[in-house]
Design a protein around this ligand. Structure first.
Ligand code: ZN
Length: 198
């Protein structure tokens, strides 16, 4: 026996979401049918609203509902530093630290030959276009993965000849971590990146 059409359609759409299997989709669909109409409509409206109002900032490519985004248009940010990240989620993570007051550039991915993602498939060209004499430093804050490292290296090779100081976020032992549990690569990188104690 299969589900009635409107229900199976809802389950199908939910299954298409990442991380949702057919069992979870069925559970969500039955939940949606059970909750009051207003709550279900609120979910549908939130989806429509997000799709209609959220877009990429023309300058930094971060997700925004204003053009340019609040960071690009802020007078309080340091316009001489651009922090390059892979995803809008990384901007949120860095903003939470309150340690960075410069501008951002969101690549929306990383170079990955295996996945056939080249420099032209992410917003690297747009980053180069932002480099003016005003920009003193570009921080490559891409992930510490093979793809993230390759992307950081590519950006460095591209921007260094333009006179920009390209830096890379440090890597090493996580705060609260024990040396004995760190893998060899992390430990050797932590040793490589050692610094003077004040
Ligand atoms: Zn922006």
């Amino acid at each position: 026996m299969s589900y009635i059409k409107p229900l199976s359609k809802l389950i199908d759409e939910l299954t298409a979401l990442p991380g949702i299997g057919s069992k979870s989709a069925a559970r969500l669909a039955f939940h949606i049918l059970k909750i009051p109409k207003e709550k279900a409509y609120a979910i549908a409206n939130a989806i429509t609203d997000a799709k209609e109002k959220v877009f990429c900032c023309s300058i930094c490519k971060n997700l925004t509902d204003t053009e340019p985004c609040s960071i690009c248009s802020s007078e309080k940010r340091d316009r001489s530093v651009i922090c390059v990240v892979e995803s809008p989620k990384d901007v949120v993570a860095i903003e939470k630290t309150r340690e960075f007051n410069g501008l951002y550039h969101v690549l929306h991915g990383a170079i990955s030959p295996i996945d056939k993602i080249g420099p032209d498939d992410i917003f690297i060209k747009e980053l180069v276009q932002r480099i003016t004499p005003e920009i003193k430093e570009v921080i490559a804050a891409t992930n510490l993965t093979i793809e993230g490292e390759a992307t950081a290296m590519y950006i460095s090779r591209l921007l260094s000849p333009l006179g920009v100081n390209v830096t890379r976020i440090a890597n090493g032992i996580p705060v609260g971590g024990d040396l004995e549990y760190a893998d060899e690569i992390t430990l050797s990188k932590a040793l490589d990146n050692r610094r003077k104690i004040l």
